[in-house]
Design a protein around this ligand. Structure first.
Ligand SMILES: Cc1cc2nc3c(=O)[nH]c(=O)nc-3n(C[C@H](O)[C@H](O)[C@H](O)COP(=O)(O)OP(=O)(O)OC[C@H]3O[C@@H](n4cnc5c(N)ncnc54)[C@H](O)[C@@H]3O)c2cc1C
Length: 421
């Protein structure tokens, strides 16, 4: 039978499979005299990169103390040390700043381009690829990796039912995880990696917004509260307490601090535990001070309705909800508020309960957990310890990390190391 396969004559020095953040960074750090090909299934590179940080791209976190920075990567800390001593946050900032992309640092060390546009990050990388003469094959989905137990021999692409095989001396896998699959990250590489002998931890949505059926949340969707205390309760026990931003949405709650709690919440819900988030919207005032403030306010406004008095102290959108939760009528006037009412009110101001019923899925997750076992990677250069000519980078790696620029920093570091090698 006649074979349907054709093999491209050129043997590249490096083929990079996946043209996202990590793949583009890898291509940008390969020496100029090498023949490099990026194979990308979308019609453009960096589709996910362009939507990062709400379109502004939080490209790294301004934590220049390596030890402190690595703590954010939890169990991966020990593996990442050698990688980050070679390419860390400072190198990322230098890379972009030296290419005319100034950056700024916002709350919690989040770094953004001054332009507030992810396109600026993309443009730097894309220009770098052009300068280096990197070839890009877009609209090309890799369907198979041809390999034996030690080496990859080629990658197979299917176009019009015809299989085309591309060959290289070495291959960099940069196909991402499974979050926001519409950007192209559909986890294609996980089955190839298993087939090549790698251990892959099943990817699961991580850094993901929370679902709540509380009816009142819908009424305040769109409201964001900055710098408030967010406490996570599991089976009525406080397990995490963090300060940050919370965003109310049509489905529940989101925001960086919420995303960072989502892994623990998912695990607790899986165990059928009861989960609620309690927000303290007056965390600047302890119970005693808040009691004194409220007493003064009610005394100074004896004839004013409580709903209007409270609006002087807390966000207007929340006053009715807090009164409802406290079972106090909005129409009660200042001098009719009893001590008992005040105590209940304080409880409800300092602990607005939001029962959590689930997590959104991978379509809405920022990253997916899971990926290749880090023990199987040489972190000096991101080389697979199983397949000689394979390098694995970016979201394919099993690295748990918080929101705040830490994911893209993994892409820059691992991409740089694999490319440079
Ligand atoms: C909404 C959102 C916002 C985010 N914001 C931030 C942020 O502000 N800061 C931060 O640090 N992180 C952020 N992240 C996470 C960050 O975007 C990822 O960590 C990062 O993009 C991963 O890069 P990657 O190169 O590993 O994979 P991807 O960016 O997923 O790129 C993989 C590429 O491989 C291609 N591909 C896949 N399979 C194939 C195949 N079979 N053949 C050919 N090509 C293939 C895909 O089309 C894709 O282009 C955000 C994520 C999301 C979803």
């Amino acid at each position: 039978m006649k074979s349907n396969n054709s093999v491209i004559d050129t043997v590249y020095d490096t083929i990079i499979i996946g043209g996202g953040a990590s793949g583009m960074m890898a291509a940008s750090s390969i020496s100029k005299n090498k023949k490099v090909l990026i194979i990308e299934k979308n019609n453009i590179l960096g589709k996910k990169l362009l939507i990062t940080g709400g379109g502004r791209c939080n490209l790294t976190n301004h934590e220049l103390d390596l030890r402190k920075l690595l703590k954010n990567y939890k169990q991966a800390e020990q593996f990442l040390y050698s990688a980050f001593t070679q390419y860390s946050v400072k190198d990322t900032l230098d890379f972009f700043n030296k290419r005319n992309m100034p950056t700024k640092v916002e709350e919690y060390g989040r770094v953004f381009p001054v332009s507030d546009s992810a396109r600026s990050v993309y443009n730097v990388l894309f220009k770098e690829l052009n300068n280096r003469g990197v070839e890009v094959l877009s609209n090309a989905k890799v369907t198979n990796i041809i390999h034996d137990s030690k080496n990859i021999d080629g990658v197979e692409i299917e176009i019009n039912k015809k299989k085309i095989i591309y060959k290289a001396k070495r291959y960099i896998l940069a196909t991402g995880g499974t979050s926001h699959p519409e950007t192209g990250s559909t986890g294609d590489a996980f089955s190839w990696l298993k087939d090549m002998g790698h251990c892959v931890f099943e990817p699961k949505a991580s850094l993901v917004p929370l679902r709540s059926n509380e009816a009142w949340i819908k009424k305040i969707q769109g409201l964001a509260l900055q710098d408030i205390k967010i406490n996570l309760f599991v089976d009525d026990k406080k397990v995490i307490s963090k300060k940050g931003k919370i965003l109310f949405t049509h489905f529940g709650v989101s925001g960086p601090t919420i995303l960072n709690m989502s892994k623990e919440i998912g695990e607790s819900l899986d165990k059928k535990q009861k989960v609620y988030v309690g927000i303290d919207i007056m965390s600047g005032l302890d119970h005693g001070t808040l009691n004194k403030t409220l007493t003064d306010l009610f005394q100074n406004n004896p004839k004013k309705k409580i709903v209007n008095i409270l609006s002087e102290l807390i966000n207007k959108n929340l006053t009715s909800i807090i009164l409802q939760n406290s079972k106090i009528s909005e129409d009660i006037v200042g001098n009719a508020v009893t001590k008992e009412m005040r105590i209940i009110l304080i409880e409800n101001i300092k602990n607005v309960k939001i029962n959590i019923h689930g997590l959104l899925d991978e379509n809405d997750a920022i990253v997916s957990d899971g990926g290749v076992d880090l023990k199987e990677i040489d972190f000096k250069n991101m080389k697979s310890k199983i397949i000689n000519n394979l390098y694995i980078i970016g979201d394919l790696l099993n690295i748990d990390r918080p929101s705040g620029g830490y994911s893209l920093q993994i892409c820059w570091t691992t991409g740089y190391l694999a490319g440079r090698e």
